[in-house]
Ligand binder design. Structure first.
Ligand SMILES: [Zn+2]
Length: 128
């Protein structure tokens, strides 16, 4: 028996959440770090660029963005974990390395700048 994982990750630690955690209950906690999951920071409407950090204009403002809320508009976002962006970038770099002959399996971590300029050259962004 295996636990199937959903596309959702804990907004705080990035732990992949089991598929059966959905829909998220208000009392749901992250299995790894015990963070509340029914929170603004886990929500697709969460947007720090806005005054109340919420794109849902009808929703009542929630004071604490990291504590379980009673918001009826709560909609979990698969992109809630911001560390995920770095993971994706690292994965993309690894895939590019593999694509271009694996020249950089060790250099990837030691000489990222050189790889970057190689990529720019490959994609014609920079003239030699
Ligand atoms: Zn967590």
């Amino acid at each position: 028996m295996t636990t199937r994982l959903s596309d959702y990750r804990c907004w705080r630690c990035g732990e992949a959440l089991p598929e059966d955690c959905l829909p998220l209950r208000r009392a749901e906690l992250c299995p790894a770090c015990n963070a509340d999951l029914h929170v603004c920071k886990m929500c697709g409407f969460y947007n720090t660029a806005l005054a109340d950090a919420c794109e849902e204009t009808v929703a009542t403002a929630v004071g604490n963005k990291e504590r379980a809320n009673y918001c009826d508009y709560f909609k979990p976002s698969p992109r809630a974990f911001k560390g995920g962006a770095d993971d994706a970038a690292a994965r993309a770099r690894a895939e590019l390395d593999a694509l271009f002959g694996g020249a950089a399996s060790s250099a990837a971590s030691t000489d990222a700048a050189r790889n970057q300029s190689e990529l720019e050259r490959l994609f014609g962004l920079k003239k030699d």
